[in-house]
Design a protein around this ligand. Structure first.
Ligand code: TZP
Ligand code: MG
Length: 208
């Protein structure tokens, strides 16, 4: 599997400065983003499901891949294109068994062993982080770009760096061997999320 875009835009209301997620998604799409994740940790599922369906529909219309974070039930119910799980979520092997054919599965990892296991368990891509310090995830584990360098030769699926990534440092992550970068605050907290998306892509695309 090839990522549809080297920029993975993660929509998270908690850093979005009061903007709603449909508005943020419009900005991301207008800025050229084509790989989008819904990351929402606190909204009751009964409200989250219609929101996920709305975002997913809009992504499909725009030719973007829509991935749901954390919850396989939500990804399935919302007809998302994929699911992203961390080490404390439903194990990748179990998630893979639940997903429909064609849905993609991403797994967050923090060391080489986790990355290898993710692939063995059916991950279509592996996220590695936190690459840089970040204010977005409490208790983040700092791994640095060096972990990408070490995992790259042993993992055959696309690798995505995450954590503290900006337009300025994204090239460092790609130079270490990542296929893409995932960002939350660099887009969601930006004064102009459309311009931020565009600028990130501008910095990233020469590395493809
Ligand atoms: N996993 C590792 S770091 C991180 C996650 C979800 C937070 C990334 O957020 P930001 O704002 O792009 O640093
Ligand atoms: Mg999770």
């Amino acid at each position: 599997m090839r990522l549809p875009s080297p920029l993975y835009a993660i929509l998270d209301r908690s850093v979005a400065r009061g903007r709603d997620l449909p508005a943020l998604l419009e900005a991301v799409l207008a800025g050229g983003g084509r790989l989008v994740q819904l990351r929402e940790k606190t909204m009751p599922l009964v409200e989250l499901l219609p929101l996920a369906r709305q975002l997913g529909r809009r992504c499909r219309e725009a030719g973007a891949l829509f991935v749901v974070n954390d919850r396989a039930d939500l990804a399935l119910a919302a007809d998302a294109g994929g699911l992203h799980v961390g080490q404390d979520d439903l194990p990748a092997l179990e998630a893979r068994r639940l997903l429909r054919p064609g849905m993609i599965l991403g797994v967050s990892t923090h060391d080489e062993a986790e990355a290898r296991r993710a692939v063995a368990d059916g991950a279509d891509y592996v996220a590695i982080g936190s690459i840089f310090p970040t204010a977005t995830k409490a208790g983040f584990q700092l791994v640095g770009p060096d972990l990408i360098r070490r995992v790259r030769p042993v993992v055959p699926v696309p690798l995505v760096g995450i954590g503290g990534i900006t337009a300025d440092n994204a090239p460092t992550v790609l130079a270490a061997g990542a296929d893409g970068v995932a960002v939350i605050s660099a887009i969601c907290a930006a004064p102009d999320p459309e311009a931020a998306t565009h600028r990130l892509l501008e910095r990233i695309l020469p590395w493809r």
